[in-house]
Design a protein around this ligand. Structure first.
Ligand SMILES: [Zn+2]
Length: 284
């Protein structure tokens, strides 16, 4: 009996060893890519950003706990940690999953805005952050977060302004990897997109990216023609649930993206993975 247990233990250790080695070798020799993964979490947003040097950030967590299982497919078994989690704004379809992520994973930083602090879901998230020793950082326009192989520039919100709509307080970030760039705008509306175009009119290249996540799940309230022109992406990601009650993505947005020859990709049926490497951009 004892012998049997010993054999099981040895087999278990060998399996763990192989898995560890695999991750290590992958990182050392093969993972020369940066990736943007729009996790399939139904009607919501949860985007995992991974740099070729191993920095990992999650932007929003979707409307339920499913993000935890989706993340499990991408995080190495021996390193269930995230450098940061962004909570773009305090709507359920963005926040709820992040709370569970803080419970299950080691999260170094939680990035939020001042607008989230007073909201019910925001407070739940802050309590969870405290319980799990997650450092909370309030971000504002102009902030830059430098991680290994990943630079995150915060383009919005502007704390000094008043908003009638929570969507317009969404954190907007531009992420620069070694081999590519992506713009994530949460649920910010066309109004904010136009403000950004004005703010950065002297440095329009700040808005120019390889990949744009269509704002507000492809709703007609976001992704206006001027912003598509300013960002000039090769690909637009639409993160929305199958047969969602809002009818996202709206036809108007699809038409605008088609007009500007932007290829549309989505995560309706499965995770959408975009990889940047020195050879260019690949979509899975
Ligand atoms: Zn949303």
């Amino acid at each position: 009996m004892k012998k049997k247990i010993l054999i099981y233990i040895v087999i278990f250790i060998i399996i763990l060893g192989i898995s560890f080695l695999q991750n290590y070798i992958n990182k050392l020799f093969f993972q020369q890519t940066d990736s943007v993964i729009a996790l399939q979490v139904g009607q919501g947003d949860a985007v995992l950003l991974e740099s070729d040097l191993g920095a990992r950030v999650l932007v929003d967590g979707g409307p339920d706990n499913s993000v935890v299982y989706r993340l499990g497919d991408y995080l190495p078994l021996f390193d269930m940690s995230l450098d940061g989690v962004f909570m773009t704004h305090a709507d359920l379809d963005h926040v709820l999953g992040t709370i569970e992520v803080m419970r299950r994973y080691q999260v170094k930083y939680l990035f939020i805005t001042d607008f989230i602090k007073d909201k019910y879901l925001g407070q739940l998230a802050l309590q969870e952050a405290e319980k799990n020793n997650v450092n909370v950082v309030i971000v504002n326009i102009g902030d830059v977060i430098d991680l290994s192989g990943m630079k995150i520039s915060v383009l919005w919100p502007d704390e000094s302004m008043n908003y009638s709509n929570a969507n317009d307080t969404s954190i907007v970030i531009r992420v620069d990897f070694q081999y590519g760039s992506v713009m994530l705008t949460g649920d910010a509306s066309i109004d904010i997109e136009e403000k950004l175009i004005n703010i950065f009119s002297n440095n329009p290249e700040i808005l120019d990216v390889d990949v744009l996540k269509a704002g507000h799940h492809g709703s007609r309230t976001a992704t206006g023609p001027a912003f598509v022109e300013a960002t000039s992406p090769q690909f637009a990601i639409i993160s929305a649930g199958l047969n969602n009650k809002f009818g996202h993505p709206h036809m108007e947005v699809i038409d605008i993206l088609n007009k500007y020859n932007v290829k549309i990709v989505d995560n309706v049926y499965q995770d959408l993975q975009i990889e940047f490497s020195e050879n260019g951009l690949v979509v899975y």
